[in-house]
Design a protein around this ligand. Structure first.
Ligand SMILES: Cc1cc2nc3c(=O)[nH]c(=O)nc-3n(C[C@H](O)[C@H](O)[C@H](O)COP(=O)(O)OP(=O)(O)OC[C@H]3O[C@@H](n4cnc5c(N)ncnc54)[C@H](O)[C@@H]3O)c2cc1C
Length: 298
C-alpha cells in the first residue's frame, strides 16, 4: 500500500510538525509521519513507498532542518514501549526512554543500567549511537538488539560485535530500525541503585547546562582529547550564531534560546569546526545528527 493510501487509513499523516519532538524544540515538518505501535504497522509503513526514511527516537541527538524533511519520519510507540525483566536480562522496546529503563530495572533490584538515568534518549537511539557515559556504554550491557531492515523486510538479532559498536558508532544505517534490545543486568539492592542514580543526576546538574534547549554533546571527542576542552582552549565559549550559543558551562553543548533556529545550530557547528581546525589542526566530527536540508542560510 502506498503512503497516500495509508494516510486514508489513518496510519500516516502528512506535513506533521516535528519541532516538539526534539530536545531543541525547533525544526520543520515531515512530509510523511507515522507512529507505529505494532510490528504489523511497522512493516506496512516502512515498506510502503521508496521515499527517504528516518526513525525519530526521543530527538535528543538530532537537529531537524527548519525546512522540514521531504520523506517519511517514523516513530515507535505502543508495543515498542514495553519493558520485561527476566532474571538477569532486561528486554526493552526501541521506544523505551532510557531513564525509565534505568528506574524500572533498579526498582526490581536489577543494576548495571543506572547510568542511563542521565541520558534523555530511547533504547533505539542508544543502540544506534552506542550512547555512553559514567564509565560505561551501551555495548557493555547489550546482549543483542532486534533490527528490522527496511530493504529486506527481515528482522535480525545482532550482538554488539555484529552491530560494530564503538565510540558513538554502529554499523546501522537509514534502512535499519531497532525495535527491541536485551540488556544484561546484575542483582543490586534497590537503595544502592537509587543512590547511584541520585549521584549521576547531581553530577549532570553540576557539569551540564540543565534546563536549556540542547542535544547533548555536539562533537565527538577526538582521540586522546575532549571536544569541549579544545573549544574552550580556542576561546569559543559564548560564541553565538542567531539564537544558539556555545555553553559557558560545557563548551561541547550548544544551547538555544526561544528564537533560535535549526540553521543557527548548523551554522554555529560549521563556525566552531572551522575555528578549532584553524587553531589546532584538528577537525571535530559532529556527534549530533542533522536531518533534512541545511546548506545555504534560510
Ligand atoms: C542533556 C543531554 C545529555 C546527553 N548526554 C549524553 C551522554 O552522556 N552520552 C551519550 O552518548 N549521549 C548523550 N546525549 C545524546 C542522546 O541522548 C543520545 O545519543 C541518545 O542515545 C539518542 O537517543 P534518541 O532516542 O533521542 O535518538 P534521536 O535523537 O531521536 O536519534 C538519534 C539517531 O538515532 C536514530 N534512531 C533513533 N531511534 C532509532 C531506532 N529505534 N531505530 C533506528 N534508528 C534510530 C535516528 O534516526 C538518529 O540517526 C545527551 C543528550 C542530551 C539532550
Amino acid at each position: 500500500m502506498t503512503l497516500a493510501k495509508l494516510v486514508a487509513h489513518g496510519l500516516v499523516e502528512e506535513n506533521r510538525s516535528l519541532a516538539g519532538m526534539t530536545t531543541y524544540k525547533f525544526g520543520g515538518s515531515a512530509r510523511w509521519y507515522a507512529e507505529v505501535a505494532t510490528q504489523a504497522d511497522l512493516e506496512a509503513v516502512a515498506g510502503a513507498d521508496s521515499v527517504p526514511l528516518v526513525v525519530l527516537g526521543r530527538g535528543s541527538n538530532v537537529v531537524i532542518s527548519d525546512r522540514g524533511y521531504e520523506g517519511l519520519v517514523l516513530k515507535l510507540t505502543g508495543e515498542f514501549n514495553d519493558i520485561t525483566l527476566e532474571d538477569d536480562v532486561a528486554i526493552a522496546g526501541g521506544a523505551v526512554a532510557l531513564p525509565r529503563l534505568a528506574r524500572t530495572a533498579a526498582a526490581a533490584g536489577r543494576g548495571g543500567l543506572e547510568w542511563y538515568v542521565g541520558i534523555p534518549g530511547s533504547v533505539g537511539g542508544a543502540v544506534v549511537m552506542n550512547a555512553g557515559g559514567h564509565g560505561s556504554d551501551t555495548a557493555e550491557s547489550l546482549i543483542d538488539a532486534t533490527v528490522y531492515d527496511v530493504f529486506t523486510g527481515g528482522f535480525t538479532e545482532e550482538t554488539s560485535e555484529d552491530l560494530d559498536l564503538s565510540y558513538r558508532h554502529s554499523r546501522l544505517g537509514a534502512n535499519h530500525i531497532v525495535v527491541r534490545a536485551r540488556f544484561r543486568t546484575t542483582a543490586r539492592p534497590r537503595e544502592e541503585s537509587e543512590a547511584l542514580m541520585r549521584e549521576i543526576t547531581a553530577w549532570r546538574k553540576e557539569h551540564q547546562p540543565g534546563g536549556t534547549f540542547n542535544a547533548g554533546s555536539v562533537f565527538k571527542n577526538p582521540p586522546g582529547d575532549a571536544a569541549g576542552r579544545l573549544i574552550d582552549e580556542v576561546g569559543l565559549k559564548s560564541l553565538r550564531v542567531g539564537g544558539v550559543a556555545v555553553s559557558e558551562r560545557h563548551a561541547n553543548f550548544f544551547t538555544a534560546e526561544d528564537d533560535a533556529s535549526a540553521q543557527d545550530v548548523f551554522d554555529l557547528v560549521q563556525e566552531v569546526q572551522k575555528r578549532v581546525r584553524i587553531a589546532t589542526g584538528i577537525t571535530l566530527e559532529p556527534e549530533i545528527r542533522f536531518i533534512g536540508d541545511f546548506g545555504e542560510s534560510s
